[in-house]
Write a protein that binds this ligand. Structure first.
Ligand SMILES: *[C@@H]1O[C@H](CO)[C@@H](O)[C@H](O)[C@H]1NC(C)=O
Ligand SMILES: *[C@@H]1O[C@H](CO)[C@@H](O)[C@H](O)[C@H]1NC(C)=O
Ligand SMILES: *[C@@H]1O[C@H](CO)[C@@H](O)[C@H](O)[C@H]1NC(C)=O
Ligand SMILES: *[C@@H]1O[C@H](CO)[C@@H](O)[C@H](O)[C@H]1NC(C)=O
Ligand SMILES: *[C@@H]1O[C@H](CO)[C@@H](O)[C@H](O)[C@H]1NC(C)=O
Ligand SMILES: *[C@@H]1O[C@H](CO)[C@@H](O)[C@H](O)[C@H]1NC(C)=O
Length: 549
């Protein structure tokens, strides 16, 4: 007993020195003191529950706000768990994952809030600090940073087109987190009247959707959409029963009645969802966007989407906020790289391109339009490989095709849909650093810049790089990107003539005449006339934006 109490005393002493506490309407929260990349102290409140754990009857449906935990103190000194997904260390994973992290330098200030919505195709990753969303870069700027988790995979996006699982649960989680921010962020020195959403990939799709969702109106004030948008080639549906049946089958749940099927799926442990992830995909990790956002019918639930985002955007009747959006030069070269180096996948393509390509390119399956499109796309993007695809000959064309199908076309349509209604800055990221999400396994060389690569400069991405130092060649990119994003978060404009890193920045707004963009490389250069225009034109002919409703 004596030993025990000494340890307890030491523990208490340690926690009172290194920790910090904040009172909120929900109860007290204890955080940790950490240090930014360049040595500035800040407070980190991690793993804060913003919703009731989405267990049992709360699976697949709208999340419920967290109840007060007073009088006890919520321990937010370390990362909470990530939502269920395959991971080496499953102690990091839990279904009780509706958490957010808040980082702040000054609890008494009123600073712009930057909310990071993580990537991962709606089925992997998290807002945790240790792997993807390390706050050390932004904490050298004057802002409050929030990184949130939302439900993933079938647990987040099961959509039966019925009351059992109306869909979009993961998006509603994000909305609930944004509501939490409106209520509580002032306690952390954040300004609820200045909230900027920064989303990457699936997170970027999310930000753009929050502009059209009736649930998200008024919860944010600016948006940064990096490398994806919800305006891809496929039309919206009101369910994804095909995928729901696939998941039910893998879980050994009968599929005869939807209600019984979903009840059975509610009883399965979350680890069964994790162990069946592989079976949810068709080949390799295709389709990369497997779980779908749907238009919800009214079953009495609060609905995230009430009509197709195309319809809302075209009508111009959406929540208009200033935007930054852009992509990287080589985006999904990574997908093409791994698929082309995989003999079983290449032979599938070579035997039956018209059936397999639409899966990887996320086009409507088994339609005449798609059959024509896949043939034309192959001729236009890979004229050298019309007879046979092979590595490395087909890599460039296939990389561009994957990039445009999954990211570029939707990005370009987003620009065109938004530009008439709201100020929009756009960029092409061309900087190739020493680290990349795509590493050639033959020689360990960083390729790119590919999908996710700008994140290395906005966040400490522990999965891919060390924490960069002031002397590192990446330093200027971190300084410039975090400064531009923070300026934009503050006032909707990335410029600041008085900032040593931004004084020469000239980033004109995009419009349909100038098609201006910023090329982000070693130099930051304003250009006009758009980029990849011939490539995007191919898609406009095959899938005219006018045909979407
Ligand atoms: C942690 O931050 C609080 C508030 O700024 C401060 O009172 C405390 O001394 C800090 N602890 C350490 C070890 O820096
Ligand atoms: C797994 O994660 C837990 C919690 O984050 C950590 O304590 C443990 O050391 C990790 N185990 C391994 C083998 O990395
Ligand atoms: C489903 O049933 C099969 C055959 O009995 C079994 O091998 C598999 O492990 C079960 N899967 C789950 C997730 O329970
Ligand atoms: C190639 O793809 C197949 C089918 O998707 C997969 O099972 C296999 O693991 C992949 N091979 C390699 C070496 O990645
Ligand atoms: C493809 O569509 C045709 C015509 O609509 C239909 O007969 C056929 O069953 C479909 N095939 C698949 C695999 O869905
Ligand atoms: C960047 O700009 C400087 C000065 O204009 C020029 O000398 C240099 O060649 C440019 N670098 C690149 C990579 O374009």
């Amino acid at each position: 007993m004596y030993r025990f109490s000494v340890e307890l005393l030491v523990l208490l002493a340690v926690s009172s020195v290194f920790s910090i506490e904040v009172d909120t309407d929900l109860g007290r929260i204890r955080g940790a003191n950490l240090t930014s990349r360049l040595g500035v102290p800040f407070h980190a409140f991690r793993g804060i529950r913003y919703a009731e754990p989405p267990l049992g009857n709360l699976r697949f449906v709208n999340p419920q706000p967290i109840k007060s935990w007073a009088p006890s103190t919520f321990d937010a000194t370390e990362d909470g768990p990530m939502c269920p997904q395959p991971w080496d260390n499953m102690t990091d994973v839990s279904e009780d994952c509706l958490r957010l992290n808040v980082y702040t330098k000054d609890l008494k200030a009123r600073r712009p809030v930057i909310v990071f919505i993580h990537p991962g195709g709606f089925y992997v990753f998290s807002g945790q600090s240790k792997y993807l969303a390390g706050p050390e870069h932004f904490m050298d700027r004057d802002c409050v940073l929030v990184a949130l988790n939302y439900r993933l995979g079938s647990l987040g996006f099961l959509a039966t087109g019925s009351k059992d699982a109306p869909g979009n649960a993961g998006m509603k989680d994000q909305v609930l987190a944004l509501r939490w921010i409106q209520k509580h962020i002032h306690r952390f020195g954040g300004d609820p009247g200045s909230v900027t959403l920064v989303g990457y990939s699936a997170g970027s799709i999310s930000v753009a959707l929050h502009m059209v969702s009736p649930m998200s109106r008024g919860l944010f004030h600016r948006g940064i959409c990096m490398s994806a948008s919800p305006y891809g080639p496929v039309q919206y549906q009101n369910n994804d029963l095909r995928l729901a049946h696939r998941q039910a089958k893998l879980l050994n749940c009968s599929q005869e009645s939807v209600t019984e099927m979903v009840e059975c799926m509610r009883r399965k442990p979350y680890l069964d969802y994790v162990s069946t992830y592989n079976g949810m995909f068709e080949f390799g990790w295709n389709p990369t966007l497997n779980w779908k956002i749907v238009v919800e019918e009214d079953f009495g639930q609060e609905r995230y989407l009430i009509e197709s985002p195309f319809k809302t955007a075209k009508r111009g009747d959406f929540y208009k906020v200033p935007l930054i959006t852009g992509i990287t030069e080589f985006e999904f070269l990574s997908g093409a790289f791994f698929d082309l180096r995989n003999e079983s996948i290449v032979s599938k393509y070579n035997q039956n391109w018209e059936d397999f390509a639409p899966i990887a390119l996320i086009l409507e399956r088994n339609s005449t339009q798609t059959r024509t499109a896949t043939r034309v796309l192959r001729e236009k993007y890979m004229p050298e490989s019309v007879d046979k695809l092979e590595y490395p000959k087909s890599l460039k064309g296939m990389g561009e095709l994957y990039s445009d199908a999954l990211i570029g076309v939707a990005y370009n349509r987003f620009l065109r849909l938004m530009a008439p209604h709201t100020p929009i800055y756009t960029y092409l990221f061309r900087y190739k650093g020493r680290y990349s999400f795509l590493k050639n396994p033959d020689n360990q060389e960083a390729m790119g810049p590919v999908h996710h690569d700008e994140l290395l400069y906005l966040f400490h991405v522990g999965l891919v790089s060390p924490l960069f130092k002031r002397e590192d060649p990446e330093n200027f990119m971190i300084e410039r990107l975090t400064r531009m994003w923070t300026e934009f978060a503050q006032k909707g404009d990335p410029h600041n003539k008085n900032d040593e890193y931004l004084k020469t920045l000239n980033w004109p707004l995009y419009n349909s005449q100038n098609q201006a963009y910023l090329e982000i490389g070693t130099n930051f250069t304003a250009k006009t006339g758009g980029f990849f225009q011939e490539r995007y034109h191919i898609w406009d002919e095959l899938y005219p934006l006018s045909s979407y409703s």
